[in-house]
Design a protein around this ligand. Sequence first.
Ligand code: F6P
Length: 545
Amino acid sequence: MTKLTNSPAWLALAAHRAEAGDAHMRDLFAADPARFERFSLRAADLFLDYSKNRIDRSSLELLTALARERGLEAARAAMFAGRRINTTEDRAVLHVALRNRGDAAIEVDGHDVMPAVREVLDRIGNFADKVRSGEWTGYTGEPITDIVNIGIGGSDLGPVMVCQALAACGHPRLTMHFVSNIDGDHLAGVLARVRPERTLFIIASKTFTTIETMTNAASARAWFLAGGAKDADVARHFAAVSTNAERVAAFGIDLANMFGFWDWVGGRYSLWSAVGLPIALHVGRDNFNALLDGAHTMDRHFVEAPLEENMPVILGLLGVWYRGFFGAASISVAPYAQALARLPAYLQQLEMESNGKSVTRDGQPVDTPTCPVIWGEPGTNGQHAFFQLLHQGTDLIPVDFIAPLAASHGLPDHHRLLLANCIAQSKALMVGKTADEVCAELAAGGLSGEALEALMPHRVFPGNRPSNTLLLPDLSPRSLGALIALYEHKVFVQSVIWGINAFDQWGVELGKQIATRIAGELAGGARGEHDASTAGLIAAVRAAR
Ligand code: F6P
């Protein structure tokens, strides 16, 4: 394939960018009364307003032309058809099969994966029903009151984000806990709050080799047995979620309590699989199914809608536009919903572990920047922390505002103020405040002369800072499922344009390998060959022990 920057569509976009220069969105809105209708759309219950972006009609035409030129439609078809598009690991990429709610078969190497998907889903539902109803008890006969999920990365971030987002429909008897960090404070803090005879541990690890998870799991089991339980009681208190039955058995978990998934489910795309077990336990089988339904609706939209009206495609292309032509090195995610507090962290893994790559699928260096840094906090908190930089800092940082229209609490005034702030921020970023407006405002406040001149530059907002606003009807499982699937497909779209493999993560391996060697040295093993900094730090830690 031609280098991205040499491709006709990319060159056309570069010319278009040069021509548009610093055209201000204020003027674009003034010139086009239909701009909001033109640049907004609905899909799978979600509403996207992307009119506050630095685009006009031809920008969108050129961006979709780029998508076609880069083979997005064929790449999308290949993913949904179960082709081995994760070439460096020789795997299919089929998280969409996990929420395939229709009757259609989805095949990998001629084998329909759907019967196995449905079987595991059914087992998850049955298990969740039993724990939630109290039929599943701990070894003393008491019902389970606390679920502790032990996992990290994709085996943690999805479930923790969704459980927090859907807390309003959580089971009243069950308290969810998530332990990910190898820092003993994390596990110890949770263990201090639970009782062994009422606690169910879920050990979630695709590989069942991840050092953090295995260390936490071993400590959790030791704590459980130290509380008076016998080895035979482990079966009532430990479940496993993994693709690796051999290692689950070796760890001592009854395979009857193992919920499997497959190598074609990437860790960061796995919350729809057995990795979602804590979600099903928390919100129940029906709500878990509704989450899958919402995602499936977005999948259908992604497959069926023309590129020009395709929400994940538009989000992905806008990201490529800012990264490639405006030098935007980061984007901020601002959920105006406290319940979505972990969404930025979830999206960090989804986007940055997927598209944080610098070689193309055929191993050549990329010729444009790829994934930006993703960061954010819920609104309105972020407004009182980093929004200053978004409004008046030196970088252009596109923002995704995300807000549910209906709240699950009974405090309507709060929700009105929350949404008012969300809309106000996107407006302020877009319109800014000119020097003339600032002068008029200061003069009206009684300031003039040198005092006015001195203050004026500090009070000017450049504006023209882009944002998307995504409105959800509510924070229901269905809307949330659609929202997560939207971002998954956005990431895919970008990977196709950039020509990279979004589904491997070799970049996390080197640090893991070195950590294993250093852990041996910290335990008193022979010293390895190191640079002076690393050797000095190891010596400092050894000296402190
Ligand atoms: O950080 C690398 C990674 O492999 C992630 O991709 C994955 O989600 C996480 O570790 C956890 O892996 P596992 O589920 O195999 O424990």
